[in-house]
Write a new protein. Structure first.
Length: 637
DNA sequence: TTCAAGTGTCATTGG
DNA sequence: GGCCAATGACACTTG
């Protein structure tokens, strides 16, 4: 019987630890500081329905557990208490909304009085008159006791249980021995009158409080050995441990929501970085933090509930960032779309001696392809284009100007000299420094490339395209050619504005011609801008597409994890139910009969109190040992 | 002929 | 105020 109690106590402690591990706050303070009454407590105070097993009952058990207030064995319990406090410090998640109302009803040694007669453990028969508050509590407790159908005395006593005669006598013998020893100790310490069992227990409770209040730390809980069933249960929780802390927050966050919503670009960018912070991790970090006794050594950052979302979103963010990277986006882009943009990427093109430019200037007037960057549209309203003469019609080969102009252009050819002079003042260097300084994100600029390099590269690229396709001179190009200017439309578009203005001033152009050149420049720039804009759009779309795919993968993973977690939770709930039944089966009413697990259940309140409740909801009838302890303290002078 | 995609252009806005 | 990039809207071209 005693060793059963010992195991029962150990089991209750371990069970309490487990409850704490799964988020149920279990108050064993009173248990540890009082009589090791295991599963107790609401805030209501002591309950007459409880008969707490005196600490001394655990002495001289068959297993040799010498439990004594001054016994080193207390360290075991104090260590448990400390560990439990650590576990509690992790918080109570409310994940298990159950309320455990533990009623520990067990034997109280009979010191010779009649069986069935209540024993006032407080040793203060006049308590009710002295403390009306306790009286009310007692009334409540009494009603609660009635609710449980337990014949419990008012004042922390219970009738002598109806046990088997042999077992009872054996227990009585042991209890008497314990009582004698405790009476002796009690007398030595307090020199008080009658060393009743109640006084002994009370004094022991005080001793425990003193011990708990001391700064002496208990030794590590190295000697704790768990029965096999607890090992099984813990092993299950080990698996649970690896799952729950990481995924609970995600489950709590209504998993589909962060995934199924329409992803805007901004959202996607934001979530890519720190969406895990959308919910403060600190609010859920204590959830199912199952480090148990290792909690003090665990790294909170690793067990943070927000770790998973953070990790996942960081992964997503990385992916998105990678995908956003223009360098990697190239794989998604249609080459045909960005041919013109790529044409502007001149940074890595080979440098060509600027002097070569002079020899190639004759080719600069090569009309752009219709779709080239600077190719201009065929406006129907414009004048009829001049016949495409690609030989030498635009660029200044010499001061004599270009040749091959159309009749309309020829009228302006005489202006080529001034045009050439203006060109001499305009170096391609300025093109690089002034034109390619724009914010075009899709055209990485070779800032360190020489002007001649990009200028020649453009020419080469244009030439290569010209070789591949039949020439198509844009309408604006024809207009520029018709003006007899020594510049192509491309150059007009890309030359610095200072040079362009100087060109306009130096050419003695009419108002319509100036307007034409301005329109050519404006349209050419706008075309490039439109291309860049469309490329950005495409990039954004592709980025979002990649992020959506990443989120879809993440969603699938989270769904799998949720399923796994649900299974683990279900298994844990089953184990919890089994253990509850086991615990209830070991609890006794005042008659020594085990509580019927069919009629009672363990519940954990929101504050972690463990109580025994009837299957029907009668929480108001629950009795708590905290009330009992409070009343006992109040009674104590 | 219709449709979708690509492209150029215009107008507007904001830096 | 001018220049420029960005962008929505529209029209045109093309397959």
């Amino acid at each position: 019987m005693h060793h059963m109690k010992k195991y029962f106590t150990e089991g209750l402690i371990q069970f309490t630890i487990l409850l704490s591990l799964i988020g149920v706050r279990v108050d064993v303070d009173t248990y540890l500081s009082g009589y090791f009454s295991p599963l107790i407590e609401t805030d209501g105070g002591p309950s007459s329905a409880f008969i707490q097993t005196p600490f001394h009952h655990y002495r001289d058990t068959a297993a040799g557990h010498q439990v004594h207030p001054k016994c080193p064995e207390l360290d075991y319990f104090f260590t448990s208490r400390r560990l439990l406090n650590e576990v509690r410090a992790l918080g109570s998640p409310g994940r298990f909304p159950t309320r455990v109302s533990a009623w520990l009803v067990h034997l109280v040694p009979d010191d010779g009085s009649d069986a069935g007669e209540p024993h006032d453990l407080s040793g203060d028969p006049g308590d009710e008159e002295i403390n009306p508050e306790n009286h009310r509590e007692e009334d409540d407790e009494h009603r609660a006791g009635e609710g449980f159908g337990l014949s419990v005395s008012q004042d922390l006593t219970v009738s002598r249980p109806c046990c088997a005669a042999g077992e009872l006598s054996k227990e009585e013998t042991l209890l008497d021995q314990v009582n004698e020893e405790e009476v002796k100790d009690e007398r030595e310490q307090e020199e008080t009158s009658p060393a009743t069992l109640n006084q002994l227990t009370q004094s022991f409770a005080l001793e425990q409080e003193d011990l708990l209040g001391s700064s002496t730390l208990p030794p590590p809980l190295s000697g704790l050995e768990l029965p096999p069933q607890w090992h099984d249960f813990l092993s299950e929780f080990d698996d649970f441990d690896s799952i729950v802390p990481q995924h609970m927050s995600d489950l709590e966050a209504e998993l589909p929501n962060p995934i199924s919503y329409d992803v805007s670009l901004q959202d996607a960018m934001v979530t890519g970085g720190d969406s895990a912070n959308s919910r403060p991790a600190s609010s859920r970090t204590p959830l199912f933090r199952l480090e148990s006794t290792n909690s003090s050594h665990s790294d909170p950052s690793q067990s943070s509930a927000g770790a998973l979302p953070s990790l996942l979103f960081s992964l997503s963010g990385n992916s998105s960032r990678n995908e956003t990277s223009p360098s990697q986006m190239g794989g998604y882009l249609d080459e045909a779309v960005f041919d013109h943009i790529n044409m502007l990427d001149l940074g890595n093109l080979g440098t060509i001696d600027p002097q070569m430019l002079d020899g190639m200037q004759g080719d600069m007037d090569t009309p752009w392809p219709e779709d080239s960057d600077s190719g201009l549209s065929l406006e129907s309203s414009s004048r009829s284009p001049a016949s495409p003469s690609t030989s030498s019609d635009s660029f200044c080969e010499d001061e004599g100007g270009a040749t091959g102009y159309s009749s309309e252009v020829e009228s302006l050819s005489s202006k080529g000299g001034a045009c050439a002079a203006a060109y001499r003042d305009w170096s391609p260097v300025n093109l690089v420094e002034n034109i390619w300084h724009d914010h075009s994100y899709s055209t990485p600029q070779a800032q360190n490339s020489t002007p001649s390099s990009w200028f020649t590269a453009i020419k080469q690229e244009v030439m290569s395209e010209d070789e591949a396709e039949p020439e198509e001179v844009s309408r604006d190009e024809h207009r520029v050619q018709a003006l007899g200017l020594p510049f192509s439309a491309f150059e007009i578009v890309n030359m610095p504005v200072e040079n362009f203005l100087e060109l306009l001033d130096s050419q003695n152009l009419s108002g319509s011609e100036v307007s034409l050149l301005r329109d050519v420049r404006r349209r050419g720039k706008n075309k490039l801008a439109a291309q860049n804009c469309r490329k950005r759009k495409l990039d954004a779309i592709l980025t979002l597409q990649g992020e959506v795919e990443g989120l879809s993968v993440q969603r699938d993973a989270l769904l799998r994890q949720r399923s796994h977690t649900a299974k683990a939770l279900s298994a844990a709930a089953e184990r919890f139910e089994t253990l509850s039944r086991t615990v209830l089966g070991q609890l006794r009413d005042e008659y020594g009969h085990p509580l019927n697990p069919e009629h009672y259940t363990l519940h954990c309140s929101a504050n972690g109190r463990v109580m025994v409740q009837p299957r029907t909801n009668t929480t108001s009838r629950t009795m708590t040992s905290s009330k009992m302890m409070k009343r006992k303290k109040d009674k104590k002078p």
